[in-house]
Design a protein around this ligand. Structure first.
Ligand code: HAM
Length: 428
């Protein structure tokens, strides 16, 4: 009996893998331009790290983490997100001592035991960026502009950036209490989930998806009316910088996040093509997190995009991304080897071309007709035939697959570099 992948875990095949890689490369290019250095994070961390950083009462920590005992009894977790790990690394390696401002980006798989659906998987990929040591609104505006530039570079058009301020330690506790009291007084009108979480995590009442519950909380108190002066000023400055930059956003006063570490500016980016899950990316400020995880008192802000969701949004914005990727996977040259005597020459030629950066498929041991059929199926631009006659003449025969025409003994085996590329008809 064959074995299939675990539910919610997928293989990234051919063109789909190619699109994911293109998205990651485009995003990384933008992030490097913004001064972020790559950090390669471990996939496993101590469970305690996520419990403390993300929050004990969040859905992620309560229900979604892949947690198990290591052989020595340590509780470990497959990372559900990257921010906690970046903060751990910053503290562990005292990165702030080299430069008080640190910019790091990462890509890779994250794991959450959620109900799989379109755009939601148990192993999914993120590309994320974190900026430490800057409390000023300029940093928020820079990070938000950077997120927009990532979307542009990837090719996702028409995304909406929703932003809100979640206040800070000075103003949020009083608001939280007010919202909780408001919710408890209306518990019977809330959905089952919110009736329960109003006790532990009342802010989540605001982003419940249940239509009835949304209606019940339509006139709930909002944080924007409870922000302290400093948070209010900070948020106003962020918005005016974004306006000046021409970075489009919408203020969503009901935006809250499923991770507890956020303060002040938070945001979510939504795009078409994602079905029920709308967010392609999200982020925000987390000024207390570094100290909370045992580090110095430095602020942080960042975001992460879901690569799988960016791929869906890209497909909606510019249909055919996978077809275009499939085209790029076609070999530029297909070398058809006819007979054992031709093998060494054919292999040497293929290697020369490959070392020049050309994608070459090499195949032999069958009739020319069957090799041609395969070259056609792969979408190869050209076939270079290397058989007995070609070896004797030290020149290969080139077949133009579009014109279906042979150029007898056209490619001199001793050519190299640009001359060889030109001879096989590949742009140098
Ligand atoms: P998050 O909102 O939990 O934030 O995830 C960020 C993005 O990851 C989401 O917007 C979504 O595109 C993608 N994502 C999340 N869960 C799944 C899933 N099950 N399947 C597919 N894609 C998913 C964070 O993770 C924060 N660490 C972001 C951040 C960085 N905040 C500050 N710095």
């Amino acid at each position: 009996m064959s074995i299939s992948a675990v539910k919610g875990f997928r293989d990234g095949l051919g063109p789909a893998a190619c699109v994911s890689r293109q998205i990651e490369d485009a995003a990384a290019g933008v992030l490097r331009g913004y001064g972020f250095d790559e950090i390669r994070l471990p996939i496993l961390e101590r469970t305690e790290l996520f419990a403390r950083a993300i929050g004990e009462t969040t859905d992620i920590v309560e229900k979604e983490m892949y947690t198990f005992e290591d052989r020595d009894g340590t509780l470990i977790t497959l990372r559900p997100e990257g921010t906690a790990s970046v903060v751990r690394a910053l503290v562990e390696h005292h990165l702030d001592q080299k430069d008080p401002i640190t910019r790091l980006y990462y890509t890779g798989p994250m794991f959450r035991h959620e109900r799989p659906q379109k755009g939601r998987h148990r192993q999914f990929y993120q590309v994320g960026a974190e900026l430490f040591g800057r409390e000023d609104p300029l940093a928020d505006a820079e990070v938000l502009a950077c997120a927009r530039d990532v979307l542009d570079a990837v090719g996702v058009r028409g995304a909406r950036m929703l932003i809100n301020s979640l206040g800070d330690g000075a103003c949020r506790p009083a608001y939280r209490d007010a919202l909780q009291a408001w919710g408890i007084a209306r518990r019977d009108r809330l959905c089952k989930n919110c009736a329960r979480r109003v006790d532990k995590n009342p802010l989540r009442l605001l982003d419940c998806k249940d239509p009835k519950c949304r209606e019940a909380t339509a006139d709930a108190p909002l944080l924007k009316d409870h922000l302290c002066g400093e948070c209010d000023d900070h948020f106003a400055r962020v918005r005016s910088l974004l306006d000046a930059l021409g970075v489009a956003y919408e203020v969503d006063p009901r935006l809250v996040r499923g991770l507890d570490y956020y303060v002040r500016t938070t945001f979510e980016i939504t795009a078409d093509g994602l079905g029920a899950v709308a967010a392609v990316g999200a982020g925000g400020r987390y000024d207390g997190l570094v100290a909370q995880l045992g580090g110095p008192k430095i602020s942080g802000i960042g975001f992460a995009f879901g690569v799988d969701r960016l791929a869906l949004a890209l497909e909606a914005a510019q249909p055919g991304a996978e077809d275009r990727a499939a085209e790029s996977l076609a070999p530029a040259v297909f070398i058809a080897v006819l007979g054992a005597d031709a093998e060494a020459e054919a292999l040497a030629l293929a290697r020369k071309l490959r070392r020049l950066g050309t994608r070459v498929e090499l195949d032999g041991g069958r009739s020319l007709k069957s090799l041609m059929r395969r070259a056609d199926r792969l979408g190869a631009g050209r076939v270079l035939i290397v058989g007995e006659e070609e070896v004797a003449a030290r020149r290969g025969t080139l077949r133009d697959m579009i014109e279906k025409r042979d150029d007898k003994l056209a490619v001199d085996f001793d050519l190299d570099g640009e001359a060889l590329l030109l001879a096989v008809g590949v742009e140098p």
